[in-house]
Ligand binder design. Structure first.
Ligand code: SF4
Length: 261
């Protein structure tokens, strides 16, 4: 049985070689010691802390408590944005930091959800984004995270529906990306029977593509700019831009897959 997450799909779509090195060889390769990567790692650590703090708030801890003490001004601002623009519905049952799985033809699909909010006639998936740039609707609609998470929630709807039944339709599921730096511009993405069928097909096709363990089935990306953001730069001997004044895109979840980079 193979286990596949959205980050694995994203790695495969970004660069098949990256997927091969990370998830088949499980190569632990040191990130390049560059200012770009240092900053990327710092951004990732801040994002993790924000997710932890929001989890604590949802669990009922008071944000004034010592569990939220931080000297980092960015985190403090993000939490302030969260509290001032509280994005979660007041009348929902909230499930924070939940892992959902679905076994489909020997593939165990897996996703970790920031928040699932159950309302009487709807289930909302919330995902916190700490990127410095606002999200793009088209990217997010097509992103493996959106496609996998809606699919996983629909397959697990009985556990998260208001009445504990599987009567919910895909149209009653919605994914909401909320951006800490753009608290008034969340992106809402709906769902439908047609999209559920398309997502299931998409996931099947991905599963078929990454079924092989042979290196020749995982070529390097032809979009070399992608390599600027990859930890395997020194392994592949690719992607060494002048990083002294590099304008980088630190949001790994929205890493562009096209020449738009
Ligand atoms: S450095 Fe480039 S070619 Fe090598 S794994 Fe990373 S993205 Fe792929």
């Amino acid at each position: 049985m193979k286990l596949i997450s959205q980050s694995q799909i994203r790695d495969f779509q970004t660069c098949p070689q990256k997927y091969y090195l990370s998830h088949i060889l499980k190569l632990s390769w040191p990130a390049p010691p560059s200012p770009l990567f240092k900053k990327l790692e710092e951004e990732a650590a801040l994002g993790e802390t924000f997710h932890l703090f929001v989890h604590r708030i949802i669990q009922g801890l008071n944000p004034e408590e010592s569990a939220f003490e931080t000297e980092n001004k960015t985190i403090a601002k993000w939490i302030d944005n969260f509290l001032r623009n509280y994005p979660l519905p007041q009348d929902a049952v909230l499930y924070s930091e939940r892992e959902l799985t679905n076994l489909d033809e020997d593939i165990l699909w897996i996703g970790k959800f920031d928040v699932i909010a159950t309302l009487q006639n709807k289930i909302l998936i919330f995902d916190w984004k700490t990127s410095q740039k606002a999200g793009k609707v088209l990217w997010l609609e097509e992103s493996p995270q959106t496609r996998l998470y809606r699919f996983l929630l629909y397959q697990n709807r009985q556990l998260y529906s208001y009445d504990g039944t599987d009567h919910m339709k895909p149209e009653q599921i919605e994914m909401i990306y909320w951006f800490v730096n753009f608290p008034n511009s969340p992106i809402h993405i709906g769902y439908s029977e047609k999209q559920f069928a398309a997502d299931r097909q998409f996931l099947k096709e991905i599963a078929a593509k990454i079924n092989s363990d042979k290196a020749e089935n995982y070529p390097k990306t032809s979009i070399e700019k992608v390599c600027n953001y990859c930890q395997f730069q020194t392994y592949c001997k690719r992607g060494f831009p002048d990083q002294s004044d590099s304008e980088y895109e630190p949001d790994w979840n929205n890493l562009p897959l096209t020449e738009e980079l």
